[in-house]
Design a protein around this ligand. Structure first.
Ligand code: GDP
Ligand code: GDP
Length: 438
């Protein structure tokens, strides 16, 4: 999830890192793997009321003389501010107003990002008010008297801060869908990537992924952002000699882990191989959504039965992701490449989907009526009391039962099939959690 970023800006030693730790509350919650995060700055996860965000410390630099290094501080702050939704400008209430503060403030006033002014090191409330008052002159609105060390005043600061941050729902709505293109060498992953990126309707920009050489690509379609995970890994393999066993599977696994939706690319000429199955298994285990992309369809000799038979064979061999949608394309000619995005959207939507408890229990009632839970030889019968969705991405449904041991694999699969039949969930794995009474 792309969380909003709040930049902490100010001269060295005013207490930026102390305040940042206070806001983050959870110590050591340093964040590396969020979208938009660059590795050369320190980010921590923070939350206040119903809002979650990342705080980034723009400092961490040690300077002898503030004024001399002001351009450097400003440069750090500028880059941090460019990616931020809001900023907190920290000044030192004990030291009082300072020329460098005025310069930074002037620069901040020219920026479009909302800025809150935190007057730090105000331990006592009354004194703090007095200390803070002189900072009105910076022209950044109300100075908030706070103490990073003791925590006073931070609640008021945070209350105002979150007014400038998007809510969880807004974040979810606008966040990019993360797409991994996975498959064996030579199935056509880079060709597909080129077809995506070459489309003149897409806006493309490279962004850094988690590891040093993982470059993601941001692609925009009809105003919607998609993040293609580790495109460097897809392109890199040229000029590398592969043994028969090697296919960069760990790199593929890492990309799958970071994605919402995996495009599992299959070579139509080869059909489903063991390596494809391995990837499919991983996608299901990791709980990612999936679209099976059968490439090189242009090179297959077809008659009217081909697609149908082909699909049956593929599905049975890809049983780990049998719930996926499947599309036949040619990355080379561009045939149906455009359509893939519709399937990505559909899969992502199902992945995030939430179903009400009443609907889940209707399905359960229906399912148990058609086919009652098994009874043991001793006459004990499985009973499902009720079910409720406990999380999404992928959807997970907890089923509260008298004793999970009474439900064998067959019955569990039956119930899962009933859920799929009634509720769809095409494109996403679902998890059923059988929970007994404590
Ligand atoms: P930064 O360089 O802006 O990140 O500042 P630091 O967080 O490293 O703090 C600089 C110094 O100010 C340290 O000695 C802190 O202990 C001290 N300090 C930070 N916050 C407070 C505070 O709220 N009250 C007081 N009295 N000292 C503080
Ligand atoms: P990657 O290793 O998965 O990235 O695969 P490439 O994109 O490098 O493609 C491997 C080979 O398959 C190249 O020779 C491509 O020209 C060929 N290829 C890729 N897509 C198609 C396609 O849609 N149709 C046909 N006939 N060949 C393709």
């Amino acid at each position: 999830m792309a969380l909003p970023i709040v930049a902490i800006i100010g001269r060295p030693n005013v207490g930026k890192s102390t305040l940042m730790n206070r806001l983050a509350q959870v110590q050591d919650a340093i964040v590396y793997d969020e979208p938009g995060v660059t590795r050369d700055r320190l980010y921590k996860r923070a939350f206040w009321r119903d809002r979650e965000f990342l705080v980034v410390d723009t400092g961490g630099l040690v300077f002898g003389d503030d004024t001399e290094f002001l351009p450097l501080i400003r440069q750090q702050a500028m880059t941090a501010l460019a990616e931020s939704t809001a900023a907190i400008f920290v000044v030192d209430g004990q030291q009082g107003l300072n020329g460098a503060d005025e310069e930074i403030a002037q620069w901040l006033r020219e920026q479009s990002v909302p800025v809150l002014l935190a007057v730090n090191k105000c331990e006592s409330v009354d004194q703090g008010m007095a200390q803070a008052a002189e900072f009105w002159s910076l022209g950044l609105g109300e100075p908030y008297a706070v103490s990073g060390i003791h925590g006073n005043g931070t609640g008021d600061l945070l209350d105002t801060l979150i007014e400038h941050l998007p809510s969880y729902d807004e974040i979810e709505e606008n966040r990019e869908i993360r797409v991994a293109i996975a498959g064996r060498p030579n199935v056509g992953k880079s060709s597909l990537l080129n077809a995506f990126v070459g489309e003149n309707r897409s806006i493309v920009s490279p962004i850094s992924g988690t590891t040093r050489d993982a470059i993601d690509m941001l692609v925009e379609r009809d105003g919607k952002p998609y993040r293609l995970i580790d495109t460097a890994g897809i392109r890199k393999k040229k000029n590398v000699e592969y043994g028969p066993e090697f296919f960069g599977i760990h790199r593929a696994f890492r990309a799958i882990e970071r994605s919402d939706v995996v495009l599992l690319v299959i070579d139509a000429l080869d059909g489903v191989t063991e390596q494809d199955q391995k990837l499919a298994g991983r996608i299901a285990d990791d709980g990612r959504a999936c679209v099976v992309v059968v490439n090189k369809w242009d090179a297959v000799e077809k008659d009217s039965h081909t697609i149908y038979e082909f699909e049956q064979t593929l599905r049975s061999r890809l049983y780990f992701v049998e719930w996926s949608n499947l599309i036949f394309i040619s990355a080379q000619t561009g045939q149906r490449v455009e359509k893939i995005f519709e399937l990505i959207d559909a899969a992502a939507e199902q992945h995030k989907r939430r179903v009400s408890t009443s609907v889940i229990n209707e399905v359960l009632e229906e399912a148990t009526k058609w086919y009652s839970p098994p009874t043991t030889r001793q006459g004990r019968q499985g009973k499902i009391y009720y079910g409720t969705q406990v999380s999404s991405e992928p959807p997970a449904i907890a089923l509260f039962v008298n004793d999970p041991k009474l439900f064998g694999d067959n019955y569990r699969r039956y119930v899962e099939r009933q859920f799929r039949q009634a509720l769809g969930f095409a494109g996403t794995p679902i998890r059923l959690m059988w929970r007994g009474k404590k």
